[in-house]
Design a protein around this ligand. Structure first.
Ligand SMILES: *[C@@H]1O[C@H](CO)[C@@H](O)[C@H](O)[C@H]1NC(C)=O
Ligand SMILES: *[C@@H]1O[C@H](CO)[C@@H](O)[C@H](O)[C@H]1NC(C)=O
Ligand SMILES: *[C@@H]1O[C@H](CO)[C@@H](O)[C@H](O)[C@H]1NC(C)=O
Ligand SMILES: *[C@@H]1O[C@H](CO)[C@@H](O)[C@H](O)[C@H]1NC(C)=O
Length: 202
């Protein structure tokens, strides 16, 4: 098992080094995020597969979970039919939240186990040791000028949470400063969101 992990570790470090060279801060605006992984020795490859919020965590190959309460006077849920998962990093800050309308917002954080997570609406509750700072988005000067999302823990990982074909099963998003056993290192790229607002993610 050790040698397998060593093989996984290598490309991650090389990628991180090669993308950190020529970058500039990305403009302040909401964004969606996608997993980008061109593997050298396995079939787990993704070119911008959308990262979705569900149940307080983030995944690829799982539907976004949104919610708008019925029967609240003055709240027209037909205005909140968006289905993409949209993030925003505060202007001039390194804190990230979900682009929602619900009062109080929904904060994104790294849980102590490295899981990229978000708070439930009307609650600031998160596990002790969670990290809310250190997120940034930088535009590369390389071909296509992709804009990368960086985490406080340095490296992003896709951790499989279902069985199935390598490109079809569901993966949860984690960040760590070293290897995560059974997971695959990945880049995360960011994109301009499609139209449509969300009241809250559930
Ligand atoms: C993300 O969620 C949206 C809305 O449920 C869905 O249309 C899309 O297919 C999901 N993306 C992935 C990669 O599963
Ligand atoms: C995901 O959403 C699509 C429509 O956007 C729907 O057809 C599909 O059944 C949903 N998948 C799950 C697992 O709920
Ligand atoms: C972001 O902050 C800078 C500096 O305070 C300000 O000049 C700029 O207008 C802000 N951008 C937006 C979109 O609010
Ligand atoms: C949170 O992230 C910041 C920025 O990367 C880092 O300096 C700090 O050590 C982290 N805190 C914890 C508790 O991991």
């Amino acid at each position: 098992m050790k040698s397998v992990l060593a093989l996984i570790a290598c490309p991650v470090v090389v990628l991180a080094a090669s993308i950190s060279r020529r970058i500039q801060p990305a403009p302040f605006e909401p964004f969606t995020a996608g997993a980008w992984r061109i593997p050298q020795n396995d079939d787990v490859f993704f070119v911008g597969t959308g990262i979705n919020a569900s149940g307080g965590k983030f995944y690829i190959n799982r539907n976004t979970s949104t919610y708008c309460p019925d029967g609240v006077s003055g709240l027209d849920c037909s205005l909140y039919s968006g289905s993409s998962t949209t993030f925003v990093i505060g202007n001039g800050t390194t804190t990230m939240s979900l682009d929602v309308t619900v009062p109080g917002g929904q904060q994104v954080y790294l849980a102590p186990d490295g899981a990229l997570s978000y708070t439930q609406a009307h609650s600031a509750s998160m596990p002790p040791g969670s990290n809310v700072t250190g997120f940034s988005r930088e535009q590369s000067q390389a071909g296509g000028a992709p804009t990368y999302l960086y985490s406080p823990a340095q490296y992003w990982f896709l951790c499989p949470v279902t069985e199935g074909e390598p490109r079809e099963r569901t993966y949860q998003i984690f960040a760590a400063s070293g290897n995560l056993e059974g997971c695959y290192g990945t880049q995360i790229r960011t994109y301009t969101p499609s139209l449509g607002h969300v009241w809250q993610y559930a």
